[in-house]
Design a protein around this ligand. Structure first.
Ligand code: CMC
Length: 432
């Protein structure tokens, strides 16, 4: 690395030529080697399978220091945010870049209330879905279909604040409606007198013959869980949102792409997969060691779900919060969940095992979150939907950052082609 008139640069030698590449400095965390001119200047591209060493953008939203287990939203530590804010405040913080004052919060809440209903015609879509549809399939279809109900956003959005609030509010309604439809129960409409999380729980669990009494401990835990999910810089789904939006497509279509990316078990789908894994271990007589051994055996094609992280090579700070929440919420609700006992023991075994120590594999945010959702009555196949509701403000913030970027560019990576070189075409005789 060299320094030229205060400007940092890296030197790259290819054969006898030396190329100077500028260094892009972040506020904290990794600096980057700017390789944008690499192909033009020296005829090479970079190879980075999975993009794990590629800074795809400059961003002001979230900072993760995976080696030290640090997570900041707009500079605020996740521990402080989770302790002191509601999910709605955090949504405002992520989307608008600052914590709301009383007036801003009031007007954001008013938008959330005003836009909480979904068009009655959308019910046809719910009715058209087969009864056992996965709620993530319903959610991504419904979100992209919102573009048809608000076509004006396709020609530039005159009021982004309303569009963002509308989506944050409606996603919660869509999620609850999809649950009701899956149970064959009548839908419950949103209520203006309830807070964001209480409103969601009411839409999920009230029915025409029985009202739902919201429990403040559950509401508090739900706020915290959604906050923990709210953003996590350039993860798979957020990068999908950014890449999709780079084509200039509208917010709803981009978020729908993010929802699909989140669904995978390596990503947000891990919370569902953790509960399924813990249930399998329970059914199999709590033979924890067998599953730890299986996770270490490469031929078994089994991983400990909720363990490991692409960025955290230390304890995931979000997991510390969810674990503590399990300690407090379940006793308050008088719940003794055998899956929690299995999870606690599994964590203890894995953290002492050389395989997990050497690879720096720690429990991630999904390891205990499913147990908390279970305690709230959220069914297993809705757990990734909960993650999506939480992640939405982050996706919106990244969509906005991409769209407003003065260096805006369509995302179009290159590849190292390894297929056959040009070959002569020989027509195959298809006659039998
Ligand atoms: N169980 C067993 N072995 C694992 C696990 C696991 N959960 N995770 C990673 N490894 C091993 C992996 O086999 C590899 O071993 P080796 O070096 O011998 O080949 C090594 O650890 C590194 O794995 P990797 O796949 O290169 O690591 P990654 O950073 O690319 O993968 C991950 C990250 C999250 C996809 C992976 O840890 C995993 O599959 N975990 C289970 C799924 C999960 O819990 N996902 C939720 C992630 S947190 C929520 C979110 O933000 O999405």
């Amino acid at each position: 690395m060299g320094k030229n008139d205060q400007e940092l640069f890296a030197e790259l030698r290819i054969k006898d030529e030396i190329y100077k590449l500028p260094i892009v400095e972040g506020t904290v965390g990794d600096n980057a080697i700017d390789i944008r001119s690499l192909r033009k200047d020296c005829g090479h591209i970079t190879y980075d399978n999975g993009l794990a060493n590629t800074g795809s953008c400059r961003s002001n939203i979230t900072f993760v220091d995976g080696d030290n287990g640090v997570l900041l939203y707009r500079g605020y530590a996740i521990e402080d945010i989770a302790e002191n804010c509601s999910f709605v405040e955090v949504a405002y913080l992520l989307v608008h870049g600052k914590l709301p004052n009383a007036e801003e919060l009031l007007s954001f809440r008013r938008y959330l209330n005003e836009h909480s209903m979904i068009h009655e015609d959308m019910q046809h879509f719910f009715n058209g879905m087969p009864p056992n549809s996965h709620p993530m399939a319903i959610l991504s279809s419904m979100v992209t279909s919102l573009s048809s109900f608000y076509p004006h956003i396709m020609d530039g959005d005159p009021n982004f604040d309303v569009t963002a609030a509308r989506l944050i509010s409606k996603v919660r309604t869509i999620a609850a409606f999809s649950y009701k439809k899956s149970r064959g129960e009548p839908i419950v409409y949103p209520r203006h007198d309830l807070t964001y999380c209480a409103n969601f729980l009411n839409m999920m669990f009230a029915n025409p013959v029985k009202s739902y009494e919201t429990n403040p401990d559950i509401v508090d835990a739900l706020n915290k869980l959604l906050i923990l999910h709210s953003d996590h810089e350039q993860n798979c789904s957020t990068s999908t949102v950014r890449m999709t939006s780079s084509s200039g497509v509208n917010l709803y279509a981009s978020i729908s792409a993010g929802i699909s990316a989140l669904w995978g078990p390596m990503h947000g789908g891990a919370n569902q997969a953790v509960i399924e894994m813990l249930s399998m271990i329970q059914k199999d007589g709590n033979n924890l060691k067998k599953y730890v051994e299986m996770a270490k055996n490469k031929t078994a094609k089994f991983r400990l779900m909720g363990f490991g992280h692409a960025v955290y090579k230390n304890y995931d700070p979000r997991n510390r919060i969810t674990k503590k929440l399990c300690d407090t919420l379940l006793p308050k609700l008088n719940i003794k969940d055998p899956l929690l006992d299995i999870a606690l023991e599994l964590e203890e075994i894995a953290l002492k095992d050389d395989y997990f120590i050497e690879r720096k594999l720690f429990p991630n945010v999904d390891f205990y979150s499913g147990i908390l959702y279970r305690a709230m009555g959220i069914p297993t196949n809705m757990m990734t939907v909960m993650f999506a509701i939480g992640r939405l403000p982050g996706w919106i913030a990244h969509w906005k950052e991409t769209s407003d970027n003065p260096e805006w560019k369509i995302w179009r990576p290159r590849q190292v082609y390894c297929g056959p070189p040009k070959q002569a075409f020989v027509k195959i005789d298809q006659r039998t």
